[in-house]
Design a protein around this ligand. Structure first.
Ligand code: CA
Length: 478
């Protein structure tokens, strides 16, 4: 600058003010945070699914930034939700996102499940679960009958169908995860409908205020029991479902600690391929039902003229297995569990698709930056605003996930690497083997890659302030 003319310096100064002006003129005042439960990325159209019907999430994806490489930090509801609400990889340290917003003059509300709630237990009881009250100005539960909803009940792994309300696999019972109910009516009796209705009410009430809002609405579908009105099931007849590819010897090279608890081998679900298709149909049915509720909330945001002043985030808390690798449910470190839907629609930022790795721990610093709120130094995630400005940019080279059992994983563009507490491990070439059929960790030809991946993973463990095993393990959840 020294060699430039004073006039040039003035010009630069004016340009700087102009760009500062643009930033300062940001109209984003509020944050609407929408969370779906047990929704894997691969069952949304924005992530390549061909049969699911989610017009409202699709619209949000078209209007926002879709993070194609979004990953969760915890592999079940409790740890994942703790991690993104605190932007911490493990544990309960740090100021929650809602507390920080309250400290900056926001109204903060929880509707439905944000921190861990047992589904269906806390939903049937209408209780708070492991909520963190200081995160919210107000909070509201959305109760429902879940598996006890009237209609056609199915228990897929025992091939049971009944309209009787007796003897249904309920809150804490084994087998509750293979349940669906095709309910009667319009679904307004369901918890997710109530969550949308309360969110709509709060948007109407607080949208008019000078005080900015942080409204978090947590839907419980497609988490089991898969309850939705019959008409949603009709969209997904079993003949339209193709079950995931499995290979007979697939698990021969997967360490014991990499398995899910429930598999097609140890559970009778493996005996009923036709019921597996029906179960997939019920998962899709509840996704479409949940999508309708997202649509109701978004329509209200538009109706109130708040779209141009509100950043909207839509995520799933972690993914799910529906028979891939003979696995059912969550809790492990494979791609179907760790990759999640992650969309941010922020007014003033162009829609697009980002291939940078992004973590749910990044939501807190990102939305805070969007509304001009500082974050406490306990925040471990990174702001993704740079990606919203330029989808070609990169904020992370890999994503880091912490398993419930003192296990860790990193997922990069080329490699996925998992390291278990007993020192067993898995390595997948995600370019050649995106479905993770062949564990290369024991192959001599990949010894150098394993060493490099392990070093990279250990750096992430250290940077997160963790050890193997992590301190004070908090329990997982069902
Ligand atoms: Ca395998």
């Amino acid at each position: 600058m020294k060699s430039r003319s004073p006039l040039f310096a003035v010009l630069i100064l004016l340009l700087s003010f102009a760009s500062l002006g643009t930033a300062a003129e940001s109209k984003i005042k509020n944050v609407l945070f929408l969370i779906s439960d047990d929704l894997k990325a691969s069952t949304l159209g924005a992530y390549g699914d061909q049969i699911v019907q989610t017009p409202n999430i699709d619209a949000l994806a078209r209007q926002g930034m879709v993070f194609q490489r979004g990953y969760c930090q915890g592999t079940t509801c409790g740890p994942s939700r703790r991690s993104f609400m605190r932007s911490r990889y493990w544990g309960e340290d740090g100021i929650t996102m809602g507390e920080n917003f309250i400290d900056h003059g926001f109204y903060s509300a929880r509707v439905g499940k944000i921190f861990h709630m047992k589904v269906p237990g806390d939903i049937v009881a209408g209780t708070d679960g492991l909520d963190v009250p200081e995160c919210w100005t107000e909070s509201f539960n959305s109760a429902g009958l879940e598996a006890h909803t009237a209609g056609l009940y199915s228990l897929y792994n025992y091939d049971i169908e009944t309209t009787s309300l007796k003897d249904r696999a309920s809150t804490a019972e084994h087998d509750r995860w293979f349940v669906s109910v095709q309910s009667q009516g319009d679904g307004s009796d369901q918890p997710d409908f109530k969550t949308a209705s309360k969110a709509i009410e709060l948007i109407r009430e607080h949208g008019k205020s000078d005080k900015p809002f942080f409204i978090a609405a947590g839907f419980v579908r497609p988490h089991y029991p898969n309850v939705a009105p019959t008409q949603y099931f009709d969209l997904y007849p079993p003949e339209d479902i193709t079950l995931p590819e499995t290979r007979a010897d697939d698990l021969d090279d997967v360490p014991e600690l990499g398995h899910t608890k429930v598999t097609s081998v140890n559970d009778p679900i493996g005996l009923y391929p036709e019921n597996q298709k029906k179960f997939w149909g019920s998962y899709y049915a509840t996704i479409t039902y949940m999508d309708d509720q997202v649509g109701r909330v978004m329509a209200e945001l538009d109706r109130q003229g708040l779209r141009e002043s509100t950043a909207v985030v839509f995520i799933g808390d972690h993914g799910y297995h529906l028979g891939e690798h003979f696995f059912w449910q969550k809790s492990n470190l494979h791609e179907d569990v760790t990759r999640i839907p992650f969309i941010i629609s922020a007014p003033g930022y162009a829609p697009g698709e980002s291939m940078s790795f992004a973590e749910l721990a990044d939501i807190y610093p990102t939305v805070s930056e969007l509304v001009g709120v500082s974050v406490p130094d306990t925040v471990q995630g990174k702001s993704l605003v740079r990606l919203l400005k330029n989808p070609q940019a990169k904020v992370r080279n890999e994503a880091f996930t912490v398993g419930n059992n003192k296990d860790f994983a990193i997922r990069g563009a080329k490699w996925a690497y998992m390291l278990y507490k007993d020192d067993t491990h898995e390595l997948y070439d995600m370019q050649k083997d995106p479905k993770q059929f062949t564990n290369l960790a024991q192959e001599p030809a990949y010894a150098k890659t394993v060493t490099a991946q392990r070093k990279q993973l250990e750096a992430r463990i250290k940077a997160a302030g963790l050890n193997r095993p992590p301190p004070s393990p908090l329990s997982g959840d069902a």
